[in-house]
Every structure is written in structure tokens, then in C-alpha cells.
Design a protein around this ligand. Sequence first.
Ligand SMILES: [Zn+2]
Length: 355
Amino acid sequence: LGAPQRYVQGRNATKEIGKYLTDCNNILVIGGKRGIAAIQQDFENSCNQLKINTHFELFQGECCEEEINRISTLVQKMKFNGICGCGGGKSIDTAKCVASINNIKCFILPGIAATDAPCSALSVIYTKEGVFQRVEFFSKSPDLVLMDTQVIVKSPVRTLVSGMGDALATYFEAEQAFLSDSMNCLNGKSTLTGQIIAKACYQTLLQYGMQAKISNEAQAITKQFEAIVEANTLLSGLGFESGGLCAAHAIHNGFTAIKETHSMLHGEKVAFGLLVQLVLQNTPDQIFQEVLKFCKAVNLPTNLRQLGVEKVTDEQLMLVAQIACAQGSSIHNHSFNVDELQVVDAIKLADLMGQ
Ligand SMILES: [Zn+2]
């Protein structure tokens, strides 16, 4: 089981950031323009009170070797003993890489609750042109993940909903990986704790998802909103990493090869990938309908048209299936064998059921 050293969440949580930057007196903060603007004032005030030096550096937009090396050089030159990644996923992933290379503390302040990546001990590395290169796994989880809900509530509603799509798959993937005794994302076997967290994630979504979405539309930090920020980030983060992945994420990976889906967010593709997984695993109709109803209620895509694919060819579906079924893919974590033709047909059925 992996988890961040500390998880903090709440309205204006950034105002207290200083006390969580343990053993650090010289901090580098990286993020995009908006990510930095959202926290800079509160971050600096808190650090000034505790005599912690801060330096804000604009992130260049891609988590690639070039940017990781540039930030690493900065860390060595200015002797930072902690790095903070704020805003979107790519600056966060870069901060994790730089912390690992330089063996310094790693603090994460997401500006959105759009995926379950912040708590994990992995980064996705791209080329500087933005093409997926590899996943880098670290021996340590972040020292801190801090979710300032005053910042998150101002982010687009679509990002919170996409985070719910990512979190929706967590329980079903973790359960299937557990049943087949597969490896989790920490290269170990799933724990009972991981399974219970994944289950709590699903229950929280069903209970508070709709009200959280409306809260976000009203920019209101309600208990329901807080619950979903936690489900998307902490419950789903621990659930996927310690529970394991299966078909939903593999099918997501397949869809990244279809250019019509490029405007869709990670969790939106994962949500449809989950419907396909539920078909593959022959889930009882009652559960399928429960998931489908939730997706429709919060406006997650449930068919190919909503994923941006108006007209799909068998060749395109085969391409998705080939990537999803590639050697080493998480689709092989199910207790049953999955082949490409099964995936193509499951997509067709999920697409029709989700109309
Ligand atoms: Zn995901």
C-alpha cells in the first residue's frame, strides 16, 4: 500500500502550507501561469512567517526530459531542498521526477481534481512534442498532497466531472485485479485496505457526485464538494495504485490513438472504458445500469458519439483493441483472457447500451 506522507484538504488550505514543508527552508515552486497565480500570495505569506525561502518558476508546458533537466539544474544551482508542483498534472509529474533525481522533498498542490494521479508515486513522461514516452515509477510517494478547495472550486466543472470518471473505474478495476491476484501499480499484491478504499470511492461518488457537480457550478464549497474532491484525489489515488488497473484504463489507452477523442479528458475516456470493461466481465445488468445512470446524471460520455467519434470504422475499433491488448497491458489483469475481437465487440455493445 502506498500513500503520500501527508494529505491535507480544505478551504484556503494553502494559507497553512508552511507548517507542512517539514525540514525545508528553500523551496522551488513550479507551475503554469494560472496554477501559480492561484496560490502564490497565500504560499509566500505562510512561508515568510516561518522564514522559508520561496522561488516561483514558470513551467514550460511539458513533462519531458528537457524540462526535467532544466528544473533539476535550477535545483542544484540554487540549492533548493524541496520542490512544489502546483496546478495541472504535467507540472506535478515534473516536480515528482525532479524530487526523485535530486533526492529532495516533494510537495503537490493540484489546481484541479481531474485525475487520481497527485497521490501516486509515478509520472508520465512525454517527448517535448507531447508524444507519450514512458511511465516513471518512484520508490517514494509525495511528502504532501494539499487540496485547497477554494482554488479547486474555481476550476472548470468539466475537470471535476472528469475526475469522477477516473474515480468511477477505480473500484471495478481494483476488484478485478484482486480477484485474479494480479500485481498492483506498486508491483505488489493488493491489500484488503486498498480494496476497502476503492469501494468507499465508488460509494462516495454515487452518494455525492451529483450534488458536488452542482456545488462546483455554484462555486460553493459544500460537504458534498469536499467529499468528491477527496474521492477523486485520495480514495481513487490510493485505490488505483494499491488496488491495480484492468480493462477500463487499457481501453482508455487504446482510444488515445483515435484523433477524434483528443479533445476528451482522461477521466471521460476512462468512464467509457469502464462501460466496455463491465461488458467484458459480464457484469449483472443491475450494476451496469447503476454505473450508466451515474455517468448520464453527471454528464460523462457513455457512447462513441459523446466521445467525439461520430462514425467509427471496424479498423479504428481494431486499432483501439490492439493497443488495449498489447503485451503488458493492464487488460490482462482480469481473471479471464481478453483478446482483440472481444474488445471490439464489447465496445460495440457498450456504445449501444450507452445511447
Ligand atoms: Zn486514470
